[in-house]
Design a binder for this molecule. Structure first.
Ligand SMILES: Cc1ncc(COP(=O)(O)O)c(C=O)c1O
Length: 417
């Protein structure tokens, strides 16, 4: 596959519900046409391409078109490469206020336990999360970040050829994890940059095992409402498991937050994902969790690596959950930073997608990769979006006020060139 991006987008041919046994034809979107090419190529692979004759082993077919995940550039790398002292990272939707102070205290306190393996069952943290969310601890699974739980879901539920549906501009980790298992990602178009649950529903087949919905979504920052989710979940067939990834839910206003845990309590085939990486500010410790009915967790725990979350991560997350003051400060700061960034974008006449999160997707009138590179050499790290089929877009995390000022000083200069 000639994919110039690091974040492959692939899908099975879109399925259209049949009318009296006949398939209705629907015009393909540009992305679907591109994806169709990728799938056709993958279906008739040339054996030559899969074998490394000199090394004597053959590649896994499923890995052929996957490039490794390319995260936001680390500050130290950009400093080294461009000889810069001051670098601002607005590329990974991290908390600009730093880690939760209670989490930091917990890490310091627990350092003398480093010689021990962690509690593989994460008993204390799972019990606390159960109480916090009013579910049983047996409904909670811990992950090395919530992205590990996406992987666990694919390992637990996908056989080769099984389908998993998400949206075209959904968090791309879903597509990568599905492909790892030889599954087929099916991408539904979005509506107004938002998950279109009807378009997803139309693509359900007998082979569909998983549906991934990021709510709010990364990179669009948009979300679907409680009502829309309820209507969708209600009509789903039993053989489909819906994953509701709520990594950014803490940034939603109280009245915007869908009540999705009720589906877990009702023992529906629903998995809710949460993380400590964003609002709680401990991305570096790698800890997230899933909440799901026991029957799903039984399967998922078969493939979960026993010591997948460290002792320090468990302890920090346990205490961070009590850090109401930090969470409040984080939300307040995000509101203020968001207001500042959107005002500046408006002043510059730069289009953006309305966001409910701690980042914004901006749309330029030229290839964004050039702007990304020009910002990088000036010490501003943002995220290009070519991999999502958005060559003119960038994703920018809301930073500290002075970080936002630094961004706009350089963005204005770069755009003026
Ligand atoms: C939608 C979404 N889900 C999950 C994650 C991953 O978070 P974690 O750090 O818990 O793996 C991210 C991170 O960017 C995300 O954007």
């Amino acid at each position: 596959m000639k994919n110039k991006t690091s974040e492959p987008i692939e899908t099975e041919r879109p399925r259209v519900p049949s009318v009296k046994g006949k398939k209705r034809k629907r015009k393909l979107t540009d992305i679907e046409t591109m994806q169709r090419k990728v799938i056709d190529e993958a279906k008739s692979p040339s054996k030559k391409k899969l074998i490394f004759p000199r090394l004597g082993y053959s590649r896994r077919m499923a890995l052929k078109d996957i490039r490794p995940y390319e995260p936001g550039r680390p500050i130290s790398e950009v400093q080294r490469r461009y000889g810069l002292d001051h670098v601002v990272k607005l590329a990974s939707n991290e908390n600009p206020l730093g880690p939760s102070p209670l989490a930091m205290e917990a890490v310091k306190r627990e350092l003398n336990q480093l010689h021990r393996y962690p509690d593989a069952g994460g008993f204390e943290l799972r019990r606390k999360l159960g109480d916090h969310h009013d579910v049983n601890m047996s409904n909670v699974i811990l992950g090395n970040g919530s992205t590990e739980i996406v992987e666990i879901l694919c390992e637990a539920f996908l056989d080769p050829g099984d389908e998993a549906i998400t949206s075209e501009q959904a968090f791309f980790k879903y597509v990568i994890s599905v492909r790892w298992m030889g599954g087929v990602p099916v991408l539904a178009p979005m509506k107004n940059w938002t998950f279109d649950l009807d378009a997803i529903y139309e693509r359900i087949t007998d082979k569909t095992k998983l549906i991934f919905i990021a709510n709010p979504n990364n990179p669009t920052g948009t979300c679907v409402s409680d009502k829309e989710i309820a209507r969708f979940i209600e009509k789903l067939p039993d053989h489909v498991i819906t994953v509701l990834d709520e990594a950014y839910c803490e940034f939603l206003e109280e009245n915007e937050r869908p009540d999705t845990l009720r589906y877990v309590r009702e023992e529906r085939n629903v998995v809710v994902l949460r993380t400590f990486s964003k609002a709680y500010g401990i991305a570096g410790l790698r800890i997230g969790y899933g909440i799901a009915p026991e029957h799903l967790l039984e399967e998922m725990n078969i493939v979960r690596e026993a010591f997948n979350t460290s002792h320090l991560a468990q302890a920090a997350a346990y205490d961070a959950l009590d850090d109401k003051e930090f969470l409040k400060r984080t939300r307040e700061h995000n509101r203020e930073s968001k207001r500042m960034v959107l005002e500046k974008l408006d002043k510059l006449g730069i289009e953006y997608t309305p966001t409910s999160t701690n980042f914004v997707l901006i749309h330029l009138d030229r290839p964004a990769i050039d702007i990304f590179k020009s910002l990088l050499v000036r010490g501003v790290i943002v995220r290009p979006m070519r991999g999502y089929g958005l060559p003119n877009s960038l994703r920018i995390t809301f930073g500290l006020i002075e970080e936002n000022e630094f961004l706009f000083k350089h963005l204005e200069a770069v755009l003026a060139i």
